[in-house]
Ligand binder design. Sequence first.
Ligand SMILES: Cc1cc2nc3c(=O)[nH]c(=O)nc-3n(C[C@H](O)[C@H](O)[C@H](O)COP(=O)(O)O)c2cc1C
Length: 298
Amino acid sequence: MKKNILVVYYTQSGQLKAIADSILQPFRDCNVVFHEIKMEEEFPFPWTGDSFFNSFPDSFQQRPQRLKPVPAEILEGNYDLVLFHYQVWFLSPSIPVTSFLKSADGQKLLSGRPVVTVSGTRNMWILAQEKVKKLLKEAGAHLVGNVALVDRAANLVSVVTIVDWLFSGVKRKYLGIFPMPGVSEEDIRGAERFGRIIRDHLEAGSLGSLQPELAANGAVPISSFLLSVDQKGNAIFKKWVQIIDKRPAQRKFLLKLFNIYVVLALYVVSPIVFVFHNLTYPFWRKSFLREREYFQSV
Ligand SMILES: Cc1cc2nc3c(=O)[nH]c(=O)nc-3n(C[C@H](O)[C@H](O)[C@H](O)COP(=O)(O)O)c2cc1C
């Protein structure tokens, strides 16, 4: 019997759709249904500075916004597996993705079904995945696998290139000297191998043992430095969002301050933290290895 696959995704640039298409290559013999998450009020692409930082409080607080309804024929379908593609905004699932996970339509599609999450991010996805795990659980879904595709350029290089990409809307080599932004073409094409692993486990009825094989094949790369920045960033963003939410009259000004803070944190503080992190790494290597095992699992 042909398996029925539901592919849920949101994408502004098309990157996550390209990733989904690559992962789906081995599913040629299955019935595949796509659902693209659509906002009632779309976010801009390319972004402006104001719109970008204005999305920070709702992204981080995971406040949903209104979505276009899921078409009835998709909502009524019967699915053996859901491939759930998402991106991270401000260390949290993007607003469209949060909105879907919290919506009645989204919960109807996910409830009782096995789900594989697939993220396409700059490089900071680990704690966002924890938030997605929680929302999937609340929706009654069974998370069976996770694939995290990232930009593999150095952290600060990827910041420069993604800013050019998101604020111009054009995927290009910034100034002709920087690498291409986002997940590399090679990694997007290579994601087909994760699709094969997922398909084999689906056909064998062994989705329960999918994630260890995905992890062993490089589906969830975890850097100790990026994990520690993600953890510290979440604690600091929480404080910022509390300050911003408490003072709606000063929101614009506070978002400007937040913008300046982010630039300074990235380009002044993070290189210092990076050096300190590497010098002290031997002291907490063991605890990192334990954490890595946890974050690579579902
Ligand atoms: C508002 C905003 C915030 C973002 N924050 C993060 C982040 O915290 N961590 C990260 O790895 N990527 C971040 N990204 C990059 C996205 O996760 C994603 O890779 C990129 O926007 C391309 O996704 P697309 O398929 O929607 O075009 C952010 C992007 C946007 C637009």
